[in-house]
Design a protein around this ligand. Structure first.
Ligand SMILES: Nc1ncnc2c1ncn2[C@@H]1O[C@H](COP(=O)(O)OP(=O)(O)OP(=O)(O)O)[C@@H](O)[C@H]1O
Ligand SMILES: [Mg+2]
Length: 333
């Protein structure tokens, strides 16, 4: 580690400048990664990440606003989390990453846009099969924007109490007025799940309309994301209410290779034939590949080996295929 960096780190600490402290820590971690000290880098990130929620609490948002709760059952309607991911943590097609980076720039420079009467893209719909990085990308956006992530499981606020849903949504939208966030309405899949029940279908339609109205009326500074893997079941009228619809597809061969590289990098990978791995895993999601890698790594580490054996990965791939068959569909986690 360069002595210059250590000095800067100390200064940041002495001056109580947490943002600066985090920036320099990130630089140190990146240096370690360059030196291939991936385990150390991962550990450092974990230390920062796990403790930072406490350290940084109240820095990025006012912690004294109470989290809204379901008035009947009392459970919290949202969770607030801070993440420290980078663009490198998510493997996406170039055009998609480009669009996302543009949205981040628009958000950061909204004041500049405003002088021309323009506003940034702010309401996004993420769709695509399970395990393709929709939730992860929301975390990356939250990290790079330095806005905390407000996580709402749409499904749970709806299905737990149909009648209460509108009130719950109101509370969430009232809450988000108090800060700058990335808000993720995850599992925005209710339209699909309830469509066979005529009563619930009508109710759900009402809720979705309600949601869309609140979305339309939202004039704050946050980035709002809804994520679903049942996009084909969403009413086409819904689609145009979002500023951008982004599709997350299953990774092609090139991206599968990148995913294997990313998830195996904690150990030496000299003898790994990444082309072969990518060829063997057609139809796998990013999540499937990360699971395969974890499985192979666990086995390698338990056997105190320094190198990952190609055979272990092939074995883990077969295991994953077996699981995917039980799951009954070709895709997904
Ligand atoms: N594109 C990707 N790049 C890197 N890692 C990925 C990617 N997609 C999935 N993963 C890995 O799989 C895990 C699960 O992915 P994630 O939760 O983002 O999927 P999702 O698209 O939100 O799925 P679902 O529709 O089921 O909610 C991630 O935490 C990450 O480890
Ligand atoms: Mg998800």
């Amino acid at each position: 580690m360069r002595s210059e960096l250590i000095k800067k780190l100390f200064v940041a600490f002495a001056e109580g400048d947490r943002e600066r402290f985090l920036e320099i820590s990130e630089e140190i971690i990146k240096e370690e990664e360059k030196k291939n000290h991936h385990l150390l880098a991962k550990e450092l990130r974990k230390i920062l990440f796990d403790n930072n929620r406490r350290l940084n609490y109240g820095k990025r948002y006012k912690a004294n606003i109470p989290i809204p709760r379901d008035s009947d059952k009392g459970f919290p309607l949202l969770e607030i989390k801070e993440y420290y991911f980078t663009w490198d943590d998510v493997v996406l097609p170039e055009h998609l990453k480009f669009k996302l980076k543009l949205i981040v720039e628009e958000t950061k420079q909204k004041d500049v846009l405003a002088t021309y009467g323009l506003r940034p893209k702010q309401k996004l719909l993420f769709c695509g099969p399970p395990g393709t990085g929709k939730t992860l990308t929301s975390k990356v956006l939250s990290s790079v924007l330095k806005y905390p992530l407000v996580y709402v499981r749409f499904d749970s606020i709806v299905s737990s109490y149909l009648g209460e849903t509108a009130a719950n949504l109101r509370k969430i939208f009232d809450f988000i007025e108090h800060g700058q966030w990335v808000i993720l309405f995850d599992e925005f899949d209710i339209v699909g799940k309830h469509r066979d029940d005529p009563y619930e279908h009508g109710e759900i339609k009402r809720i979705v309309n309600n949601f869309m109205q609140m979305l339309d009326n939202y004039k704050g500074n946050s980035l709002i994301i809804a994520a679903t893997n049942h996009q084909h079941l969403l009413d086409p009228a819904l689609w145009r209410r979002f500023d951008e619809i982004l599709f997350f597809d299953l990774p092609d061969e090139q991206r599968r290779k990148a995913l294997f590289r990313q998830y195996l990098r904690v150990l030496e990978t000299k003898k790994i034939d990444f082309d072969d791995l990518a060829k063997r895993t057609e139809g796998f999601s990013g999540s499937d590949i990360s699971q395969v890698c974890e499985e192979a790594l666990r086995r390698t580490i338990l056997e105190s080996k320094k190198y990952i054996d190609m055979e272990y990965i092939k074995w883990a791939i077969e295991e994953q295929i077996r699981r995917m068959k039980i799951r009954g569909n070709k895709y997904g986690r």
